[in-house]
Design a protein around this ligand. Structure first.
Ligand SMILES: C[S@@+](CC[C@H](N)C(=O)[O-])C[C@H]1O[C@@H](n2cnc3c(N)ncnc32)[C@H](O)[C@@H]1O
Length: 295
């Protein structure tokens, strides 16, 4: 049985650190809002329109518009791959990845986690942080990584070589489908599952598919609280990233989880009302179930 208050409490310090870093390096979101409004209209945006740490997202938005004007978005294009690599090395990427993994590690240290599962692993940049922090904190529970792309196999091999003390299994899993049987047989409960920028590619129904695997689910997305699309939401939709609202995500989560907790502070100003981190839990101690009301 899980104790949600204890789990939320473990996640609070990582969230405070995140808000502080986000405030320091991003601060005001308005320049990015304005820049993406211009990009969507096809207007020029110079390289000094946003804070240096946001420049990647401006370049990314421009590339999305250019590529999708010519045809289909293709993740394997060299210019797309090169730009994503730059992003994965940026401070902006790092503060999100660190916050996510700090939460996973804090929860694992506080409770009795049996398995860590990651969905939408991609090139494994967040997973590298997970492995490093697990070793540093003496956590050795099995790790399962997964993605719909077959490249997950080489990511799994690489990480297992780099971290021989950890047990890392990799699976091709398209989360619009049920999990592979072999993945389920490897789970030791309770399972903490996390993801970063994956489920909106598959839609809300992916929550129905992943819920059976997770006892604790940590989601990192741009969960919109206003239901109004900004220019960058429209730009990112062009590469298959569906617009997710907090309210609808919560509805789906509450079908499967007894406890849903949004972390709404971001530390930024002029950021569209959004919630980046959502934590959901089941198998919780009697009398401790509570679902946070819509905001
Ligand atoms: C933007 S990348 C994020 C990668 C990684 N989570 C990170 O933060 O660096 C999105 C990932 O989701 C994966 N993905 C997209 N649709 C998926 C699906 N239906 N099932 C599983 N993975 C999916 C993609 O293959 C890609 O690796």
């Amino acid at each position: 049985m899980l104790n949600p208050d204890q789990i939320i409490a473990s996640a609070e310090q990582p969230m405070r650190n995140f808000c502080k870093s986000f405030q320091e390096i991003i601060g005001d979101w308005k320049p990015f809002l304005r820049a993406t409004e211009k990009i969507l209209k096809g207007e020029d945006v110079g390289n000094d329109a946003v804070q240096p740490e946001m420049q990647f997202l401006v370049d990314w938005s421009k590339l999305i518009m250019d590529v999708t004007r010519q045809g289909q978005w293709d993740w394997s294009r060299p210019d797309v791959q090169a730009l994503f690599k730059t992003y994965a090395e940026s401070r902006m990427y790092k503060i999100f990845a660190d916050a996510m993994i700090d939460m996973v590690v804090a929860i694992a240290k506080a409770g009795q986690i049996g398995t860590v599962v990651e969905i939408g692993t991609g090139p494994g940049k967040v997973t590298e942080v997970l492995c490093r922090e697990m070793v540093k904190n003496g956590i050795s529970v099995p790790v399962i990584i997964s993605d719909s792309a077959p490249g997950i196999k080489s990511v799994g091999r690489r990480l297992q070589n780099e971290y021989p003390g950890l047990l890392i299994a990799d699976f091709v899993w398209d989360i619009t489908q049920d999990p592979p049987r072999e993945l389920i047989t490897r789970l030791q409960r309770p399972v903490i599952m996390y993801e970063r920028f994956c489920i909106p590619y598959g839609g809300y129904e992916t929550i129905d598919r992943i819920a059976s695997v997770a006892d604790i689910l940590l989601l990192l997305e741009d969960f919109n609280l206003t239901e109004k699309k900004e220019a960058y939401d429209i730009i990112f939709e062009k590469i298959g990233l569906q617009f997710f609202t907090y309210q609808k995500t919560r509805e789906y989560l509450e079908k499967h989880f007894q406890f849903v907790h949004p972390f709404k502070d971001t530390g930024a100003i002029n950021l569209t009302d959004t919630c980046f981190f959502l934590l959901a839990m089941k198998q919780i101690a009697p009398g401790m179930a509570r679902a946070v009301k819509p905001v």
